[in-house]
Design a protein around this ligand. Sequence first.
Ligand code: PLP
Length: 363
Amino acid sequence: MNLRIPGPTTVPAEIAQAGAADMINHRGPEFAAMIERTTAGVKKVYMTENDVMTLTSSGTGAMEAAVVNLMAPGDEVLVISIGEFGDRLINLVRIYGGKGTELKFDQGLAADMNQIEAALKANPGIKLVLVTHNETSTGVMQPIIPDLAKLVHSVDGLLVVDAISSLSSVPVKVDEWDLDVVLSGSQKGWMTAPGLAFVSMNERAWARADANKSQARFYFDLRRHQASALTGQTPWTPAVSVWFQLDKALDMMFAEGMDNVYERHHRLASMTRNGVKAMGLSLLATEGIESDTVTAIKLPEGVDGQKLLKVAQDQFNTVFAGGQGSLRGKIIRFGHLGWVHEEDITAGLDALRGSLAEVGYKA
Ligand SMILES: Cc1ncc(COP(=O)(O)O)c(C=O)c1O
């Protein structure tokens, strides 16, 4: 099966095999050596000297960790949303009692810096800003992150970046861009099964977490995770088998070289976009801000998205993702992240062309 969804991604055989190793004591020396090794590796991919905690959860757990550690009920927060995952951040802030200012942008667009600046000026109480780097629901990768960090810091704010579907596939320069809190998840570019999430915290972020007047946090209390990591452990039982996979995946990423990983993703993303356009289809993302990990393709008038996905899976052994929320039935999403190579893209494009023909559209 050609798994062309934007996560979970294909787990290469060596990595899957690594996950089948005998169980170990998570409070013993083998796990301590592994957490030290993987934390150093994850930090290298994050391009950071900041602390990076590995949580046993999906990416949403990392989003929740950011909110419960950095925000108290009543705090003024700005959430910038360009799609479904930005809306998830809005929901989290609401549920935990934040006084959210929501800036929403149309599907296919990136956020506008002038509007963000105006929102921060109009609401000087905002000291926390949350944003999605790569919006998996629309196939948009926001180019504003380094400038946004500068802007947020100029008002003494803290920036949380959801880089769940970008970091490890495209360069996210955490230290160079001075990003306070950055989130990612194992089932995306990391070529690992779902089950682990990552959160980096710089000094500014730790100071904020310590001063947070709400201490209502437990499973995702990042200070606990940081303290445990220093003793070679996690506070709670970790997903050890997924951790074995991550250990192997990091070896493979460094053997390929991160610059080569980024180049491969960029090249295959371009190949996907060109192939799709050659079929006469158009992309949801505005030109110039298309994601290098997922392509959102607008379906032609009259094409039934659900039927197309079924035909692709049943007749062409290819799994694409459908649209989420209001985009359901209107787009399909073609994932090109993680363990993906030219032949997977060629086969994916062939499957798309064939499926479209089956449902009555001539590419
Ligand atoms: C941009 C983005 N944010 C958040 C998430 C949520 O992660 P998870 O589904 O692992 O909880 C995803 C995963 O689909 C994502 O792509």
